[in-house]
Write a protein that binds this ligand. Structure first.
Ligand SMILES: *[C@@H]1O[C@H](CO)[C@@H](O)[C@H](O)[C@H]1NC(C)=O
Ligand SMILES: *[C@@H]1O[C@H](CO)[C@@H](O)[C@H](O)[C@H]1NC(C)=O
Ligand SMILES: *[C@@H]1O[C@H](CO)[C@@H](O)[C@H](O)[C@H]1NC(C)=O
Length: 248
């Protein structure tokens, strides 16, 4: 071999080597770009803040759209009891546009811990699932205030209180009240309109459904608000709407 021939051979081998490595580099690169582009979109449309909202055992899963969620996004919801391996589809929330899903009837064993999860589909791309934290209805539901009816009495006012209902029905169809699930107390607060509106005086605390508040001034307007209190969880409801009347 002449020196020239040798030189040419090395040049050729070098060119082939560069060619092969360029090809593999380029194809590897475009492959990873495609995957990471998809992964990024999957992450950007992933539902956020997946959490249960629960009032009187009405248990609804809520979430927020991912940052890049567009108009044509739809959601899929599953749920399971803690400890089970199998997720179940919530048929009514399979391919929905709403950002909430009523799981009341799927979470009715109120002392069991549940999970819910959501994924989205947008422009042909599925996000990963995002899962709520563990949710135990009995421990976490917010209780509502009672419904309140006031009538005037002789220097007194009479209240009729009714506990909020759960969503669960008896066989005959009537709703089971929350008193079925908790020992709850009513807290009746008196607002004397003569005083500062903000002054609430605890006038009664107990389990009675009919409460009489006596020793009031006649022909003065009195208002009451009532809250439900759960001693076992040390948790109070919001106040009922204000009800007013004038003792005789
Ligand atoms: C959902 O996913 C994101 C990350 O993609 C995370 O920041 C968030 O905390 C997750 N969990 C819930 C319950 O939304
Ligand atoms: C109202 O109560 C007073 C005693 O506090 C009593 O003397 C009076 O008869 C009562 N009036 C009515 C209408 O019940
Ligand atoms: C739960 O509450 C929502 C909103 O108030 C209501 O539309 C829905 O019917 C309730 N679910 C049940 C099972 O009662």
């Amino acid at each position: 071999e002449t020196i020239q021939e040798k030189d040419w051979k090395y040049k050729l081998l070098g060119a082939i080597w560069i060619g092969v490595s360029t090809f593999s580099f380029a194809s590897g690169n475009s492959y990873s770009l495609k995957v990471s582009g998809n992964q990024e979109l999957q992450e950007l449309i992933k539902p956020q803040k997946v959490e249960f909202h629960s009032l009187n055992f009405n248990n609804t899963l809520h979430w927020q759209p991912g940052r890049a969620a567009t108009g044509d996004i739809i959601y899929f919801v599953q749920y399971k009891v803690y400890g089970q391996s199998q997720w179940k589809n919530k048929e009514e929330c399979w391919g929905i546009r709403e950002v909430f899903c009523d799981l009341t009837h799927q979470t009715s064993e109120i002392r069991e811990p549940y999970y819910g999860r959501v994924k989205s589909l947008s422009a042909g791309v599925h996000s990963d699932w995002n899962t709520s934290s563990r949710f135990t209805p009995w421990r976490e539901t917010k209780i509502g205030p009672p419904s309140v009816n006031v009538t005037p009495g002789n220097k007194s006012i009479k209240l009729k209180l009714q506990a909020p209902n759960s969503p669960y029905a008896r066989r005959r169809g009537s709703k089971i009240p929350m008193t079925n699930y908790y020992d709850l107390l009513y807290r009746v607060f008196l607002i004397n309109n003569m005083l500062n509106e903000k002054t609430k005086i605890l006038a009664y605390e107990g389990t009675d459904k009919v409460v009489k508040i006596e020793d009031l001034k006649p022909e003065v307007s009195y208002c009451v608000v009532v809250a439900t209190y759960l001693p076992v969880l040390d948790r109070s409801s919001v106040y009922s709407s204000k009800k007013c009347t004038v003792p005789l």
